[in-house]
Design a protein around this ligand. Structure first.
Ligand code: IMP
Length: 197
């Protein structure tokens, strides 16, 4: 595949959790570079969709580095909250102070939405849009989605971001309670990566 021909790749994100996961997925032989090493900052995410932000980031980092770039835009969408925080997932953590506060806020909002309801709707999904920008002419984009539910407590210390409140469908643990090696081979980023390959 085209990805196999690449000798080095820039992982176009400053999110250390994402860098770790994407590095894990990429072939061992590919040299992985991060924006930290090149002193490149992040673009402003002006897009309204995961896809537009993912493409915007890949284009930005490719233009600055001239190195083939893989970029991710991802987030948590909660059905009873009209798919929020969605593309604002990182920004909610800023708005509420940190991820712990944002997770407590989400638990509270979900609880309120379901008050007096017979059937509780805690459905959620993590979405990831990946873009591989190979050169000025060639780029590829894929989306991966993992479905699940929001837990009623913060559970587990593994992973990053909203991992401690997301329970993937069919399992009884949050991503935060799972081994990282297990999460990395099932999540939204993995599903998008498989398609990209
Ligand atoms: P962005 O793609 O940089 O706009 O930020 C995505 C945000 O979504 C991250 O900062 C996390 O808060 C959240 N997120 C994306 N993927 C994951 C994941 O695998 N686990 C937990 N949180 C995630």
């Amino acid at each position: 595949s085209e990805m196999k021909k690449l000798t080095k790749i820039l992982i176009g994100t400053h999110n250390k959790g994402k860098i770790k996961e994407i590095s894990y997925l990429l072939n061992k032989k590919i040299k992985k570079i991060s924006p930290f090493q090149l002193n490149i900052d992040s673009p402003v995410e002006t897009g309204k969709t995961f896809k537009s932000n993912s493409e915007l980031k890949a284009k930005y980092f490719f233009k600055k580095s001239k190195i083939a770039t893989i970029s991710d835009d991802s987030g948590l969408c909660i059905e009873c909250l009209g798919n929020k925080p969605g593309v604002y997932s990182a920004r909610w953590a800023k708005k509420y102070g940190n991820f712990k506060q944002a997770m407590l806020k989400i638990i509270h909002l979900v609880k309120n939405k379901n008050k007096n309801k017979k059937k509780q709707n805690t459905k959620a999904k993590f979405v990831c849009s990946l873009t591989l920008h190979i050169n000025a002419k060639k780029k590829y984009n894929t989306t991966g989605i993992i479905y699940g539910n929001i837990s009623d407590k913060i559970l587990g210390k593994n992973g990053f971001g909203y991992d401690p409140i997301f329970i993937p469908a069919g399992l009884n643990l949050t991503f935060g309670q799972m081994e990282n090696s297990e999460k990395v081979l099932m999540d939204h980023r993995y599903l998008a990566f498989k398609k990209l390959k």
